[in-house]
Design a protein around this ligand. Sequence first.
Ligand code: 7RM
Length: 642
Amino acid sequence: MSETIDAFLKENRTFPPPTEFAKQAWVNNDDPYKRAEDNYEKFWEGFASELHWFKKWSKALEWKPPHAKWFVGGKLNISYNCLDRHLSAHKNKAALIWEGEPGETRTLTYYDLYREVNKFANVLKKFGVKRGDRVSIYLPMIPELPIAMLACTRIGATHSVVFSAFSAQALRDRNQDSQAKVLITADGYYRSGNVEKLKERADLALKESPSVKQVVIVKRMGNAVTMESGRDHWWHELMQEADDYCKPEEMDSEDPLYILYTSGSTGKPKGVLHTTGGYLTGVYATNKWVFDIKDNDTYWCTADIGWVTGHSYIVYGPLANGATSLMYEGSPDYPQKDRFWAIIEKHNVNIFYTAPTAIRTFMKWGAQWPEKRDMSSLRLLGSVGEPINPEAWIWYHETIGKGRCPVVDTWWQTETGSILITPLPGHTILKPGSATKPFPGIAAMVVDEHGKEVPPGTGGYLVITKPWPSMLRTIYGDPDRYVKQYWNKFGGKFYFTGDGAKRDKDGYFWLLGRIDDVINVSGHRISTMEVESALVEHDAVAEAAVVGKNHEIKGQAIVAFVTLGDGYKPSDQLKEGLREKVKEVIGPIAKPDAIIFSDDLPKTRSGKIMRRILQDLAEGRPVGDTTTLRDPGVVERIKQQL
Ligand code: 7RM
């Protein structure tokens, strides 16, 4: 028998695009799907042609599985496409609107950003950074972060952005793996009103980062820092002396653009490598069509740039489109729980892109916070990072979008570079909880263990069956791992996403979470996401995480960690109520054996629940690596509840 996943949840509501929205949208019929179906290489060439190339490519795709080259022979520069290209039409248009946590605003027009990037590119050059050299960027959410990234692209250096919330050890490992020549960091940054001393962490990492010869420090906070003479330099001093024009390097389409490390499930982080022409084409196309971005829009993606979502959809996608991208430095609850809604009101935000974990937190905080603010400027909402449970989807649609804004649930990965499964908001009939269909030109399938497509309604492995422009090219310094991790499972034929999914009879994709998170109860393979979604349907539940625990008879038993909404108290009666809820929604097989109440769950900085840690806790094992947690203290607090 081949292994599939049993899929239980049913969700029947549908939402067609509002007529007014559809009328003005980039896409409002299925022509693009047909064109892409006809010839996907030609389809992608259409988007590539909207960009600026110093030299046109000679061939759209060279595919020697599992290695792809896109726009072969083409020459371009990313910073040229994101900046110079817009100066004729948009010189004085806001490229970045930045809001600091204390409330100050900095607006950089396309010309401002162009000038800063040119200057910083010259700073890097002065330090001997050349085409192909790696540069580590360890910066908080301040404008210098996109400036530094774009400056790297201007001279053809490969950047490696390290989340500012990561530890010294994480930075050290990444510096060592990439052999970065230069590190760009800051004295500190704000987080929930507190000062985070970033340079102190950087100094610790630098003790064991021998490849790093020069360090540039942005003065954000003015807190005291130690400066090592000859090595450490202030950003503002270097910029004062830098020339304000730097000729953009003509990069090959397949030259490296950046490395972004993602923590694999175990051990050493993987350096996902993206290249130039294909990546830019992918983020440009998806930012344009999925977010229906228009000249007058103010677009806000709340991700941190240290995550791929920030790379693709705060920096490269919006700037390649000549759009206005908003960037916020701080916490969503500073000084109050309505900060995001206050920002939307203040800046007249039209397009808002955030994560399910944030949406569930907002639900827990209550509708009174968004209701205080005028958010009538919003026209489109987006979600990314995890499956969005229908409850949260409906809340987002009603409470934030007032039923007026389509919700695009976008599925993709660091490795895919850009959005692959998603609605197009002027065309797709939405189903809450489903990321709907592959973007035109993307071919996805749900298969069993043997790579055979499963029938509708059956869960299996999500695979991508054709190459796409923004796909990762390799794991930096470990080409074998690239092949093993993503291609070997199905004999080199398909890209293996590591996610479970099912397709319904209309061909819609429903993501079921990571395959590693599937629980086997008495031979039923149950997706943790579905049990979590059932639990969250209960009025008392704000958030839930489900793991499997070894069980003598059933193989695995279900353990649920549950965070209650404001105003609800833990009790045995409530536990029984929750078990009943799961039985009602999924069936008796999925009833949790144990329910543990907890004020929070272990999450990464990008909001993904780390079920591995909960599983260690449930099994009574020592807890593994917690360095990438947003709040490592949560582990101790959950232990108290056991
Ligand atoms: C963009 C990003 C990738 C993993 C991916 C999934 C999960 C992301 C969705 C989703 C269901 C979504 N990159 N994921 N988006 N699951 N629906 N819309 O998150 O590399 O950090 O993570 O995130 O499991 O494989 S990532």
